[in-house]
Design a protein around this ligand. Structure first.
Ligand code: GLU
Length: 545
């Protein structure tokens, strides 16, 4: 076979060489030790929590080392592409504050190693495909679907490995140039296959998360280019990560079985392969067992879920860092006010046995994250979310900016800050009593306080109320009234002898809280009164008189 002729026959338009490509995408000039990482999501319209999980690792190890982190759109799979899906990926990553130095952006591409969308890299892949043909290492294969199905059946019956290799590959490997030419002229479809060699060798790859991975070397004639000339994931991965000069490939563990194919290609091209980092699959606990998160059953697998629920970017990062790195929680305890970006992230501390996505834990992390923010920061982030997901509320927050910030200041700071807010969506509910437009009586009055009592108590309370009283004076008056109305000032007195009292001060303050805020779970009454202002406070309490 004349490989030159075959290469020109298969790729008549390709005039570039692999040397041209090496020149077009030279080695990056980066400081020693700088890492180059990427994520390569497929634009299916569904952005996965796993995409963010891998993005956070890539972002950390790139930016901690003054390297480069980029976004590559892996759109080689025709069937999976959904219009608008690239924008969805870009927006989701932006929402979570993942910053790329290079890659696909809304208006096209940014960076010198593009195009960053695989469908636009056809010439690049074909240049390397042509080179493989020139080496006699790749050939066109005309097997039809039926022929492949028949081979599979035969292999199944003989309990052999499934695939095209050895004698199953012979027919197409041995076609003459004339036969190939005739088939092409005849319009027969073909794929380009790599010529694997039968062997019983093993390969060993050092995975930065898992340690040494040992597996049989590839012997398959795997597909490089599909019948539309678009590469398979395997071929695109090797060419792209080489030319874009990735130092680390962070991807899900589902890719481990195809590692031998990738290693085979790197070896054939004489390139050093990147450091592989195969991350653990995201799992959840169900009952007493762990299972993989499922797209169908678990809304929390979609990044859109976190956006729609208004789970703050910082909470999601903090949560994923906790899941990702066994040292993170310890670091957080030692650095309660530190920025999570200051945590020295390392791949070695990662779990390999399934990363647990526990939404209760996320909510808990989220409360901690939000209670550490300043009131102004909470306001800005919550407001930004409302602009997108709850317009009516955004209008309220604009109208009552000062009041909202004053409200958010209640119980903030200090050793034990209030942990009222867990998501922006829940904040809209929790904070609703601060605005007449959304104020509602949610909780019932305590049983100990019947209608007549509420009426009498609140009337006296309003009579005695002096808006200028400080918190201590105010509370002194509440205690006085409590006693006057036959309630125990100390809850434990009431507990000891319930028949001696109508209730305790807890019931009294709950009564006032319900009257003022519509609920039992609200911050300090004196503080809330001063955020709402005298007029609104009197109005709300006055309704019960
Ligand atoms: N397109 C691949 C995926 O969506 C990316 C794998 C990789 O990062 O190499 O799973």
């Amino acid at each position: 076979m004349d490989w030159n002729q075959l290469a020109d026959l298969l790729f008549p338009d390709i005039v570039t060489t692999r040397e041209d490509m090496e020149q077009r995408f030279p080695k990056r000039e980066l400081p020693q030790g700088a890492n180059v990482t990427r994520i390569g999501p497929s634009p299916t319209g569904f952005v996965h929590l796993g995409n963010l999980y891998n993005a956070i690792i890539g972002e950390r190890i790139a930016h901690q080392s003054n390297g480069v982190f980029y976004l590559r759109i892996e759109d080689t799979d025709n069937k999976r592409e959904v219009p608008g899906a690239v924008a969805t990926v870009i927006n989701a990553m932006a929402y979570f504050g993942v910053n790329f130095d290079e890659g696909a952006v809304a208006e096209g591409d940014k960076g010198a190693y593009g195009p960053y969308r695989q469908r636009q890299r056809r010439e690049i892949y074909q240049t390397f495909a042509k080179w493989l043909v020139l080496q006699g290492k790749a050939y066109p294969c005309f097997l039809s679907e039926e022929e492949i199905a028949a081979i599979r059946e035969e292999q199944n019956a003989r309990k052999e490995d499934i695939g095209i290799y050895g004698k199953y590959a012979e027919k197409n490997r041995n076609l003459t140039l004339e036969e190939i030419r005739a088939k092409l002229e005849n319009g027969e479809t073909w794929v380009l296959r790599f010529k694997g060699s039968l062997n019983s060798e093993y390969i060993a790859v050092e995975d930065a998360i898992r340690g040494k991975l040992e597996m049989p070397r590839n012997f398959h004639d795997f597909i490089l280019l599909k019948s539309d000339g678009i590469p398979t994931y395997h071929f695109a991965h090797v060419v792209d990560d080489h030319l874009m000069r990735s130092t680390h490939v962070i991807r899900g563990e589902e890719w481990i079985p195809s590692l031998p194919i990738h290693i085979e290609l790197f070896r054939e091209f004489g390139w050093e392969h990147p450091i592989y980092c195969h991350t653990a699959t995201l799992m959840k606990i169900e009952g007493s067992s762990k299972r993989k998160l499922s797209k169908r059953k678990d809304p929390e697998l979609a990044l859109a879920y976190y956006q729609e629920e208004g789970i703050s970017q910082d909470a999601v990062w903090e949560f994923l860092l906790t899941v990702l790195n066994s040292d993170y929680e310890e670091w957080r305890i030692a650095n309660p006010a530190g920025n999570y970006l200051d945590f020295p992230y390392t791949l070695e501390k990662m779990s390999t046995s399934g990363a647990l996505v526990d939404l209760d834990k996320l909510r808990d992390v989220s409360k901690n994250v939000i209670c550490r923010m300043s009131a102004e920061e909470v306001y800005e982030k919550w407001y930004a979310w409302c602009v997108k997901y709850n317009e009516k509320y955004a209008v309220l927050l604009e109208k009552y900016k000062e009041r909202t910030i004053a409200a958010l200041k209640i119980g903030r700071g200090g050793e034990k800050p209030r942990r009222d807010i867990e998501t922006w969506k829940q904040a809209c509910e929790f904070m609703s009593f601060y605005y007449d437009e959304t104020f509602e009586i949610v909780d019932a009055m305590p049983e100990e306080c019947d209608e007549a009592l509420v009426h009498a108590f609140v009337s006296r309370y309003l009579e005695d109320m002096d808006y200028n009283d400080d918190s201590a004076t105010w509370f002194g008056k509440v205690r006085e009234l409590t006693r006057e109305f036959g309630f125990a000032v100390k809850p434990k007195d009431y507990k000891k002898d319930p028949s001696a009292y109508k209730g305790s001060i807890v019931h009294v303050t709950n009564m006032l809280r319900v009257a003022l805020t519509g609920r039992c779970n609200a911050p300090d009454i004196w503080e809330v009164t001063h955020v709402l202002g005298e007029k609104i406070a009197r109005e709300r309490l006055g309704r019960w008189c």
